[in-house]
Design a protein around this ligand. Structure first.
Ligand code: 13P
Ligand code: SF4
Length: 336
């Protein structure tokens, strides 16, 4: 009976992507989550784009590289990944023996979706002399077709680790790829993918905002398009952007990335002003709809019932692991 009920629950989670159980609104979810962490020896890893409540209850908040490094070294029995699917999948690739759960299995990524493995395989076959460098925002299928994985904080160092004359395919983000081409003087062949959040910023509105806030610095994630990056005062990963606002002496910043990062910026520098860069639409928000599928309620339920869980084919996992390990090795050598 119990096994049958569990099977039905798992099937329901697979359909909905998350556990849909009505919670008592008087439940102190922060306290319950802390209790579950101890009971289950679980570690809660969260990306900066998660909602503030989730960030506040996380054991570690970081960018994609920091999260992968934490996942690699954790001694917890269960990894609870408050982020999107490719991030939790990376944690599972590194920890086959551990349970990896995510609050909402449907938390995907437009950038990852823009690079389907069968199409990419054909593209790669057309360029047999190229090595494949892939941004971590891709599926395990793309990772398995790659020589090395990069994130926005180590892409430059990793690309520069190849000889200057080595032909390279860079996938899936054409904006990050173009930025790395510019700063390294390379001519990597770029897959035509992009992130829906970082492509939305309006150059015209940002220019007007800069006129009204002449002292404000524009800081941007390298997933932004070239015209935005061209006028940025600083370009970096989410961790890079956060650190910059902590060490730089300005008082005002226009932030061209997902708004979740503002929570840590405001916590670290409460005396400074952070203005989200305006998007090219009538809605004034730059939220990632995938990241924001995770909620504190779903997080609590996923920890309690240990569902939905990330699972994957072992052959695919082993093939996807190699380029991730190479990334971690190069990053460690570079002190990143
Ligand atoms: P980083 O946090 O590694 O800069 O990546 C941003 C991002 O788009 C994650 O989806
Ligand atoms: Fe993907 Fe963009 Fe969302 Fe990051 S912000 S998870 S790249 S869609």
């Amino acid at each position: 009976m119990l096994i049958q009920a569990l099977d039905t629950a798992i099937q329901n989670v697979e359909k909905a992507g998350f556990l849909d159980i009505e919670l008592d609104p008087t439940l102190d979810l922060f306290a319950e989550i802390e209790k579950l962490k101890k009971e289950k020896n679980a570690v809660l890893l969260a990306h900066y784009y998660q909602e503030p409540d989730i960030q506040d209850v996380a054991d570690y908040i970081g960018d994609s590289l920091g999260l992968a490094q934490q996942a690699e070294k954790t001694t917890a029995d269960m990894i609870v990944f408050a982020g999107v699917h490719f991030m939790a999948e990376t944690a599972k690739i590194l920890n086959p023996e551990k349970k990896v759960v995510i609050p909402d299995l449907k938390a995907g990524c437009s950038l990852s979706d823009s690079c389907p493995p069968p199409l990419f395989k054909k593209f790669k076959e057309q360029h047999p002399d190229h090595v494949v460098v892939s941004y971590i925002n891709c599926s395990a299928g793309i990772k398995a077709l790659s020589d090395v994985i990069v994130t926005s904080s180590n892409a430059r160092v990793i690309v520069e680790s190849f000889p200057k004359d080595q032909p390279i395919i860079f996938a899936p983000d054409k904006n990050l790829g173009a930025y790395i081409n510019k700063v390294t003087g390379r001519n990597m062949l770029l897959w035509n993918g992009a992130c829906m959040v970082h492509e939305i910023f309006s150059l015209e509105k940002i220019t007007k905002l800069k006129v009204r806030h002449p002292e404000a610095k524009l800081i941007a994630h390298p997933e932004c398009e070239e015209p935005i990056l061209r006028i940025a005062d600083y370009i970096g990963s989410t961790t890079g952007l956060l650190k910059y606002t902590q060490t730089d002496s300005s008082q005002e910043y226009i932030v061209a990335t997902e708004t979740g990062i503002l929570h840590q910026m405001m916590k670290a520098s409460p005396e400074k002003t952070f203005i989200p860069a305006p998007p090219n639409n009538s809605c004034a928000c730059n939220d990632c709809p995938h990241m924001k599928l995770n909620t504190l309620e779903k997080l609590y339920l996923c920890m309690k019932y240990e569902l939905p869980e990330i699972s994957m084919d072992e052959e695919l996992r082993l093939a996807a692991r190699k380029p991730i390990e190479r990334m971690l090795e190069i990053s460690a050598k570079a002190g990143l």
